[in-house]
Design a binder for this molecule. Structure first.
Ligand SMILES: C[S@@+](CC[C@H](N)C(=O)[O-])C[C@H]1O[C@@H](n2cnc3c(N)ncnc32)[C@H](O)[C@@H]1O
Length: 208
């Protein structure tokens, strides 16, 4: 189980700062324990749907919602299932985004050689996931490519910008990947901190 960490807290703070959650239909994609779903519900969301591919995560999100009496539906599934339940006014995601060499070892954070195997399809699906005038907040590491995310979102006609940043020391996962990050030129050799960013994407109010 992925326990909420700095990236989860940064995204939760960005959600509180953004406003617009009260009365909204919210998606928490890659929900883990349901931490972000709970935050959205506590900010007054009308409904929150939380998706995760891991059965244990879905169970944990359900328990966390139920024990707080919050209107959260936690479901097992990936992007296709999430799109079928949309569109949403607000989409939140802390997806797996750590670059890893070779096979994905742990789906809680591993995300292919460039860290983008969940992020890119999510960006591409946002026009379908978001209602007109809706917005998404997505958190990931600088090593996953912030410019790549911004241009991918702009390519699908969304307004995109970085709304929050935090520099944090490498945790155990990144320490174990440091040599790969250096050798693949995703990080400068010797780097021992990463910047985590929250990217906001806005859907136009009127679709062209
Ligand atoms: C980094 S954790 C984030 C957990 C939680 N949202 C948080 O911020 O604390 C990523 C979660 O995404 C889930 N996941 C990985 N690949 C997925 C996919 N393709 N579709 C849905 N969930 C996925 C993992 O099971 C894991 O629970």
């Amino acid at each position: 189980m992925y326990r909420p960490q700095e990236d989860s807290y940064l995204l939760a703070a960005a959600l509180a700062d953004a406003g617009g959650t009260k009365g909204a239909k919210v998606l928490d994609f890659c929900t883990g324990t349901g931490f972000l779903a709970v935050n959205a519900a506590q900010l007054g969301a009308a409904s929150v749907t939380a998706f995760d591919i891991a059965p244990r995560a879905v169970l944990s999100a359900r328990v966390n919602a139920w024990s707080r009496g919050l209107p959260i539906r936690a479901r097992r599934g990936g992007l296709e299932e999430a799109v079928r339940h949309g569109p949403f006014d607000v989409v939140l995601s802390n997806p797996p985004y750590v670059p890893c060499e070779g096979e994905t070892r742990d789906p809680r954070w591993d995300a292919g050689t460039d860290g983008r195997c969940v992020l890119d399809p999510l960006c591409d699906s946002l026009p379908d996931l978001l209602a007109p005038g809706g917005f998404a907040l997505i958190v990931h590491s600088e090593f996953t490519g912030v410019d790549a995310t911004l241009s991918r979102l702009r390519d699908v006609d969304l307004k995109a910008s970085v709304v929050a940043r935090s520099r944090i020391p490498f945790g155990p996962v990144l320490r174990s990947r440091a040599e790969y990050l250096y050798s693949s030129q995703l990080a400068e050799p010797g780097t021992l901190t990463e910047e985590v960013v929250v990217v906001r994407a806005d859907s136009p109010r009127v679709r062209s």
